[in-house]
Design a protein around this ligand. Structure first.
Ligand SMILES: Nc1nc2c(c(=O)[nH]1)N[C@H]1C(S)=C(S)[C@@H](COP(=O)(O)O)O[C@H]1N2
Ligand SMILES: [Mo]
Length: 410
């Protein structure tokens, strides 16, 4: 029994010769940088929704003081959200092997007995529970949202957002405590014995460096099979791990990624028919109703802009053409200085049928009510008869099948 401990609470149970401060520290330092970037890009993504502007944009109501840092999301550079969210999702997926290897490297500590030697030790273990639990929760909810676009009770957004704050608080405390030791360990300057080292190691089958290459190789493979979805265009075909349940966009000018199809949104040809559909624009001086033909007689402008979704995928720039939002604002009493605008879709149900845009977004010369893309009429799935397209905004603000625009400070 002494020689062959069968319980994980006994240090001798854990026999891998790979475990030790060097291995744990290298992985820990990679996570220190990576998770900090994930946290910052995550907060940035939340700000990009402009949740402070209107309740319809706020995917995490009751954020309270956690919304302290929110700011008016800019419209430049046009690839801003594409970059921040591409980094968030791609890096998150790339770090999975590192996170798992790090947890594996310290797993014996999970079983240490007695559970607490002192109050300090008890507090430390509780904080580790928040750290490990929070980390697994954030990575799992993130991956599930990207892959399945939904499986939780309640909304993904509040869970991932509040989870991030709990996790990051525990993460900061842990980093403050451990980084000095980790830095010494990777430089080989750690003299004190470590409980991470197995007291009766099995013969090695792979070196520590070899194991690290394995983890790095796993990360590289995930990176290479994910990043294409954020690059868009021909690279999309390399994104083997990107979700593949989405509608096939087909070829031609409208042949780029579709999120929700017209059929899914319950949009019928009867709703969008030339005789039935009218755009209702309301503002300071009243309401105007415009047919598609009337919109086409207004000055038409072009903008090359991508659609970048919170899920991490992005299209390459598409060439949109339509009416400027600022020109529509001018029709209802806002000459030259458009205010915020509340956009509503023909779609009757679903979280993303309404969105509010801030004055800076409405004012931008490239913010369009698009009627055409890449030289052809919008397809039903891309929002025919008309859709919003705003530079640098997350995909969700680019409402499809627009029915109504209400200008006025929100
Ligand atoms: N009415 C409506 N507009 C919508 C959505 C929706 O579900 N309903 N989805 C949004 C999201 S989340 C994204 S990423 C983009 C995707 O646009 P696309 O399908 O043309 O690529 O549309 C946005 N506009
Ligand atoms: Mo999206």
């Amino acid at each position: 029994m002494r020689d062959h401990p069968r319980l994980p609470t006994s240090p001798g149970f854990w026999r891998s010769p790979l475990r030790g401060p060097w291995f744990t520290s290298v992985l820990g330092l990679v996570l220190l940088v990576g998770i900090t970037v994930l946290f910052v890009t995550g907060l940035v993504s939340y700000a990009a929704y402009n949740p402070g502007l209107a309740p319809v944009n706020d995917q995490t109501p009751d954020k309270g003081i956690l919304g302290f840092y929110l700011f008016a999301w800019p419209t430049d550079p046009v690839w801003l959200y594409r970059l921040t969210q591409g980094v968030h999702v791609t890096l998150g997926i790339t770090l999975i092997p590192v996170l798992l290897a790090k947890l594996w490297s310290v797993v014996p500590r999970l079983f240490t007995l007695p559970p607490a030697r002192s109050v300090t030790h008890a507090l430390e273990r509780v904080s580790l529970l928040l750290l490990v639990g929070g980390g697994l929760f954030e990575f799992t909810t993130g991956v599930l949202n990207v892959q399945l676009d939904y499986v939780f009770p309640g909304s993904f957004y509040p869970l991932h957002f509040y989870g991030a704050w709990v996790f990051f608080a525990a993460f900061l405390a842990h980093a403050a405590l451990k980084t000095p030791t980790a830095l010494r360990a990777v430089r080989g300057r750690l003299r004190e014995p470590s409980d991470l080292v197995s007291p009766r190691p099995a013969p090695p089958t792979v070196s520590r460096r070899g194991a690290l290459w394995l983890v790095g190789g796993g990360s590289l493979l995930l990176f290479l099979t994910t990043v294409g979805q954020s690059l868009g265009g021909p690279f999309r075909r390399t994104a083997l791990l990107a979700p593949h349940g989405a509608a096939d966009p087909g070829g031609g000018p409208n042949g780029f990624q579709i999120n929700k199809t017209a059929a899914y949104a319950g949009i019928t040809p009867a709703d969008t028919h030339e005789d039935a559909w009218r755009l209702v624009v309301t503002g300071r001086t009243g309401t105007v109703r415009l047919s598609r033909a009337q919109l086409l007689r207004m000055p038409q402008y072009s903008a090359s802009l991508p659609i970048a979704c919170v899920e991490g995928w992005s299209t390459a720039d598409q060439w949109w053409r339509g009416v400027r939002l600022r020109d529509l604002a001018a029709l209802v009493g806002y000459d030259g200085d458009p205010p915020d605008v509340f956009v509503e879709s023909l779609q009757r149900h679903g979280a993303f049928r309404r969105a509010a845009l801030r004055a800076n977004q409405a004012a931008d010369e490239r913010s369009l009510l698009a009627l055409a893309v890449n030289g052809e009429e919008l397809s039903p799935d891309h929002g025919h008869p008309a859709r919003i397209i705003v530079p640098a905004a997350p995909g969700v603000l680019n409402t499809k099948w627009v029915a109504r625009l209400t200008f006025g400070d929100l």
